[in-house]
Design a protein. Sequence first.
Length: 313
Amino acid sequence: MVAGSETFRGALSDVRAFCAVVDHGTVTQAAEVLGETKGSISRRVSRLEQELGVTLLARTPRAVSPTVEGLAFHAKAQESLALLDGALETARDARTLPRGHLRVTTSIDFGIEVIPDLVTAFRARYPQISIDLLITDTRLDLAANRIDLALRLGSDEGQDGGYRAPVLANLMIGLYAAPSYLAARGAPATLDDLAAHDLILSRERLGSTPVRLSDGQGREGHVTARPAIRATDYATVLRLTRAGGGIGHIPSLVAARALQEGALVPVLPDWASRGGVLRAVSLAGRELPARVRLFRDHVRLGLAAMREEAGPG
């Protein structure tokens, strides 16, 4: 037999052929079950015996029967093949069946305001899939953190072939305000009127950097005003805007729920800023499991519905 320190280097198909002969009693029946010729099965068993250095089958003109060594090898080989077949079935199921564990990372803005509704709807549809959410603005390494999917704004990953990064949505950033704020201060009728209002901007709009907007009809405009309030992320801009702190410059997807609830209303709804793209980033070089493909497609469709409800902003 093979010494304990040695590694088996034979072909698994040879092991399967030998086990089939023992299980079915003849080379002929083993060949029929495996869809091979009698000669092919005989050659496989002989090659396996040569690899192991023992005789596994006692051959006579009328029959074959396992030797003592053959019976011992058969018992262990059957156990190993059963484990391997189970592993293969699990791997195949991961590509085709909606089950398993999913690790997703995204930014604070999307993780707080957008992802919860999407994840809840996804879990209702696919309860066999459990989900870990890593909500952070740090760009985590997918391989090191065992992440299946990263939802990233403006990501250029995928250009070097190490990642696949299809676009899920093109983002627009609109102007929004709470009804209470507009009741107290009035609604601006033009871009110039914004100079008299309190603006709430994200960290990307420091100082008096102009906010550039377009109306989708070819007209461009900009607002140069020092914000009344700045925040580190759009999720905080949203909350400040809902509280009546001013007119917020917020991605339409982040503002979508507040719009549905009536907590915010669009301001100058024909005007918005381009906010880049949202990509679904995953490691390249392997077929995505079903759980990852289904979640990615679910997010794409969900974002499309949110954009439609949020309007042109």
